[in-house]
Ligand binder design. Structure first.
Ligand code: NCD
Length: 307
């Protein structure tokens, strides 16, 4: 069997996404048990390789693999031989010597996961490559919304903030659209990529029409990817684009992939409001990543082979 990977949310059609979400529902049930473990990947090895900061994604991939009974090796760039100058290719070849079933990779470079797929016989899962894609984030967000709303068809989702540097924005626009939602991105023009409409969304420079949204999905300002000032000041950004309860209408749902810069893109009252789904998103991360690992390693193919 040729290796299959999850590099982009585009690797999945709507039926493939739905199948992962349905599988995730059954794994969410496992996560509700006292003994949160099933034997599906017993004896298989999952390597998590994180070259960039991560709390949620790395911990949930680790838990997901462990709850499927896989042996898990987690490597962070800090403290590894990467610090000693080992190249990504050499690191992958070294780790491939353990014959892992899957390698989960986060890197600051767009395209890194795709490259890794060419260097290892393992299935490769993209846990975020630069500002390119973060497909499991899109899946867990679709899962969270589907649980709340039943389905996403016709749901109006506004993605607000630093769209330019956000891999979450790219994967989520594609994922939300594929599930039938209408997507609008909004933020300062300097932080909205030119031609973003080509992905099938609308773009706005103000929040004047935010009341039309059913879901407000807020993004963090990605300072680590900025080499220049994209907004005059964080104060000014917050004044125009910060989402607070005052800017939300009562029925709207609020999401954010985390980590949040409290007081910048989101106010504390919004984070703590009953409209916020942030905790549900984190919880969904484990079940959805279990489902992705299961579909790639244990089930029959849903993911297209990556050339
Ligand atoms: C996101 C990421 O790393 O792209 N975080 C995450 O995976 N939950 C978003 C971010 O860092 O702002």
């Amino acid at each position: 069997m040729s290796p299959r990977h999850l590099i982009s949310i585009d690797d999945l059609d709507r039926a493939g996404i739905e199948r992962i979400l349905d599988r995730a529902e059954s794994f969410a049930e496992v996560s509700g048990r006292e003994i949160k473990k099933v034997p599906a990947l017993r004896g298989r090895t999952v390597v998590n390789l994180f070259y960039e900061a991560s709390t949620r994604t790395s911990s949930s991939f680790e838990l997901a693999a462990k709850r499927l009974s896989a042996d898990v090796v987690s490597v962070r760039s800090a403290g590894s031989s990467v610090d000693k100058g080992e190249s990504l290719k050499d690191t992958i070849q070294t780790l491939s010597a353990y014959d892992p079933a899957a390698i989960v990779i986060r890197s600051q470079y767009a395209g890194a996961a795709q490259l890794v797929a060419g260097w290892t016989p393992a299935a490769v899962i993209n846990a975020g490559d630069g500002k390119h894609e973060h497909p499991t984030q899109a899946l867990l967000d679709v899962f969270t919304l589907r649980r709340r709303l039943g389905q996403l068809d016709g749901t109006r989702i506004w993605i607000v903030g630093d769209v330019l540097h956000s891999r979450v924005a790219r994967s989520n626009i594609l994922g939300f659209k594929r599930m039938g939602a209408e997507v609008t991105v909004a933020g300062p023009p300097t932080l909205i990529p030119r031609h973003i409409e080509a992905l099938g969304c609308q773009a706005k420079a103000t929040l004047d029409e935010l009341h039309k949204a059913d879901v407000v999905y807020v993004l963090r300002m990605q300072h680590e990817r900025m080499r220049e000032a994209f907004v005059p000041s964080l104060r000014e950004y917050a004044a125009r684009y910060q989402i607070s309860t005052a800017r939300l209408t009562p029925g709207q749902l609020l999401m954010h992939p985390g980590p949040v810069n409290r007081g910048v893109e989101l106010s504390s009252d919004a984070i703590d409001s009953s409209q916020a789904l942030l905790g549900e998103q984190v919880k969904a991360g484990v079940a959805v990543r279990m489902a992705v690992l299961y579909e790639l390693l244990a089930a029959s193919p849903v993911l297209a082979a990556v050339a």
